[in-house]
Unconditional design. Structure first.
Length: 700
């Protein structure tokens, strides 16, 4: 334990003490800290650095060379303030160490004249540049004691997120003081006595993370704290899995499968091996009385809908109700139409419920549901939440929304029975992300696409090739095909390089090669019925070109559309582009996806897009996205609150992640309610941080 630097007999502060009571902070700066989410001393020591500057390389002034962050220890020789013409006061000093003199220039920091007076012993870290071989705005620190206790220069210097009213130096100083006071008494979610990265005591890890003595100590601290982050989320997964997967919670569905066989027999195709395998997984889950929670990942066009339909048959045949839920009205209608067509004459009762349903239709459906009639209802996600009440919902199939169902399942679980939940997604999830954020779902992957599809070619080009793109488009259209033009925004918001829906429509409309064709517009600000109208017209072939934002992204099935043009393609993730191109290549014709880099996209951006031409493997693209962009908004994890990992890095911490999962599994198996005294802190932290998903798991 580091002895407190604050003098004498005063007892150390409690971690829950508000920062304003820390020496040197006070009420005014405490308000500024609050903007960083820092209210207590615990928050302060948990305010991890964003990065570190390696200013630990000490040299003599004589040895300084440009292009490197180097540190010099010396004495301030000359110091002077200069008033610039703009009214700013700059400050300059010369530092000497017996081997030479180093000029340092501080822009707009006239106030330093009080601190860096001639004769002061000082450490400066920076890069020298210019003919004067001077350091501009170097990191610096007045040396009072030994060099070990430096905070701001001459070491691995932490760089924290700041806000107005909190300077880098002020924050470092405050963190140092807080660490001295409370680091060894921060509640530790990890039970004591664990080995591996967890063996490093929390207090030490916090100290070494903020003020690492060297790179190895920093990595050990980072690993310890990253493990903690991963472990907490794994605990959530395990506890949730345990509650939701309890035996007897769900209806065991194991009919003979006669209804599914009839639907299957009426299909105009045979299932792919991947579809069959997914279906087997699902059937075996359904046969158990513990609720299924399964994710089916299959590239766009891999045929997930029919798998869902056959699963629904099993539920309906066993006398229960099933729901197929789509994220948008457009898709709900499309699914409804598809499913009704495939089910015709097989005895499967299908009811499609959308925003366009009349209240009479709704009442009729509600009556059937209340009477417990076995049927499949197709609608949007909202259906389950508000519109209709099911009598015996045995299976909920959710299209394209990974995290759907946690809250709903929790609500249903509270009432007793749980539906089996099947989630369908075209977004491949990298393995680590799947483990980290969706560990409570089982996974089936459909890798192949059905045979008999036309080839899909992807090209990357630039805005300057617009005339050629137009001609190509006109050729495809004259052959009777249709085209999507996807843009990143509804409105350009004053950015000339950004293609926006309305303006793009107007631009295309007046191009002579497109004169014979009709264009439509689809974006998120349209009313649902307007969207529907446009989609229907496009589907019927009355519109030839659909200018759209990514509302068209997921699941839309228009086999006659063979051309996908994505404007400002650099603004999309690779997975997203992959999904977009999956909108074409669904019929028998050859399809083309043209990724158009915007006027301001650099060479790097184009290079990234080239990956799309080289691989058709959605998983590979997802991994590339994870490396390049981080988990970000992808896969809907942010809204689930599971990717605010500050230290864990899913692109490189797979080993830690597996350790964290194993540790969580073992712990939950041992103490499912976390009632042991050794787990009390963990329990409290989980409750505070993940209240909602854990209400059930830790009830009582
Ligand atoms: P997604 O997985 O993207 O949701 P869909 O379920 O919409 O894919 O299926 C895309 C198209 O492929 C549909 O027109 C569907 O009828 C068709 N399809 C599904 N399975 C097969 C198959 N095994 N053979 C041929 N066509 C299939
Ligand atoms: Mg689909």
């Amino acid at each position: 334990m580091t002895p407190s630097r604050i003098s004498g007999a005063k007892p150390p502060l409690d971690p829950r003490t508000r920062v304003q009571f820390l020496p040197g902070v006070g009420p005014g700066r405490a308000l500024a800290f609050e903007r960083l989410g820092i209210v207590t001393l615990e928050h302060l020591v948990r305010h991890y650095p964003r990065t570190w500057l390696d200013a630990s390389h000490f040299v003599r002034v004589r040895e300084l060379r440009p292009g490197e962050l180097l540190t010099v220890v010396g004495e301030v020789k000359h110091a002077s303030s200069l008033r610039t013409r703009g009214g700013r006061t700059d400050f300059t000093i010369t530092v000497t160490d017996g081997t030479g003199a180093l000029p340092c220039y501080f822009f707009g920091q006239g106030w330093l004249s009080k601190q860096l007076t001639p004769g002061t012993r000082v450490v400066v870290s920076g890069e020298i540049a210019g003919a004067e071989r001077q350091m501009a705005n170097p990191l610096f620190e007045v040396v009072e004691g030994d060099l070990e206790s430096l905070l701001h220069a001459g070491r691995l210097v932490p760089v924290h997120a700041l806000t107005r009213g909190v300077s880098a130096r002020g924050l470092r100083q405050a963190v140092r003081r807080a660490l001295d006071q409370v680091a060894d008494r921060i509640p530790d979610p990890l039970p004591t006595g664990w080995g591996g990265v967890a063996a490093l005591p929390l207090g030490q890890a916090l100290r070494d993370l903020h003020f690492p003595p060297d790179a190895a100590a920093l990595e050990a601290a980072r690993a310890r704290l990253a493990f903690e982050e991963l472990f907490l989320v794994q605990m959530v997964m395990e506890l949730r899995r345990r509650v939701f997967a309890e035996e007897g919670r769900a209806l065991a569905i194991s009919g003979a499968g006669a209804l599914a066989d009839r639907v299957r027999a009426a299909l105009p195709f045979t299932l792919t091996a991947g579809q069959e395998a997914a279906l087997r997984d699902i059937r075996s889950d359904l046969a158990r009385s513990s609720p299924m929670h399964r994710l089916v990942v299959g590239d766009v066009g891999s045929g997930k809908t029919v798998v869902a339909l056959l699963a629904a048959c099993a539920a309906v045949e066993s006398g229960a109700q099933a729901a197929l839920l789509a994220p948008t009205e457009v898709l709900a209608r499309q699914h409804g139409a598809t499913v009704e067509r495939l089910a015709a004459g097989t005895g499967l009762v299908v009811a499609t419920h959308t925003g366009a349903s009349t209240s009479a239709e709704r009442r009729a459906l509600q009556a059937k549901l209340s009477a417990g009639e076995p049927l499949l209802v197709v609608g949007t996600h909202a259906l389950l939440e508000e519109k209709l009440r099911f009598h015996s919902l045995a299976l909920a199939i959710v299209d394209e929304q990974h995290r759907f169902g946690v809250r709903q399942r929790a609500a249903l679980a509270a009432k007793g029975m749980l539906p089996h939940v099947l989630v369908l997604t075209a977004t491949p999830i990298p393995r680590t992300l799947q483990l980290a954020c969706f560990g409570d779902l089982d996974l089936s992957v459909i890798r192949e696409r059905p045979a008999g599809r036309g080839r899909l070619v992807t090209r990357v080009t630039g805005e300057e090739k617009f005339p050629q793109i137009l001609e190509f488009m006109a050729r495809e259209l004259s052959a009777g095909r249709q085209a999507f033009v996807v843009v990143p925004a509804i409105e350009a918001g004053g950015r000339p390089d950004l293609r926006a829906a309305q303006t793009e429509l107007e631009r295309l409309k007046v191009q002579p090669p497109l004169a014979p064709y009709r264009l439509g517009l689809l974006h998120g600000k349209l009313r649902p019925d307007e969207k529907q109208e446009v989609m229907d017209a496009f589907r019927r072939g009355e519109l030839h070109i659909l200018v759209a934002t990514t509302v068209v992204e997921v699941g839309v099935d228009i086999p006659n559309a063979t051309l996908m043009i994505v404007e400002n393609a650099e603004r999309f993730g690779l997975s997203q582009l992959h999904q977009l191109r999956g909108r074409v290549g669904r019929g028998e014709h050859r399809s083309v996806c043209v990724l158009v880099a915007g006027a301001l996209a650099g060479a790097r951006a184009r290079e990234r897009l080239e990956v799309m031409t080289r691989t058709d493997d959605g998983f590979e693209l997802a991994e590339a996205d994870l490396l390049l962009r981080g988990p970000g908004e992808l896969w809907g994890t942010r809204q689930a609150g599971f990717t605010d990992f500050r230290l864990a890095d899913l692109a490189r911490d797979e080993g830690l992640l597996l350790e964290a999962r194993d540790a969580a599994r073992a712990l939950v198996a041992d103490d499912p309610q976390l009632l042991a005294a050794a787990h009390a802190t963990l329990r409290g932290i989980l409750r505070d941080r993940f209240r909602e998903p854990l209400e059930l798991a830790l009830a009582g």
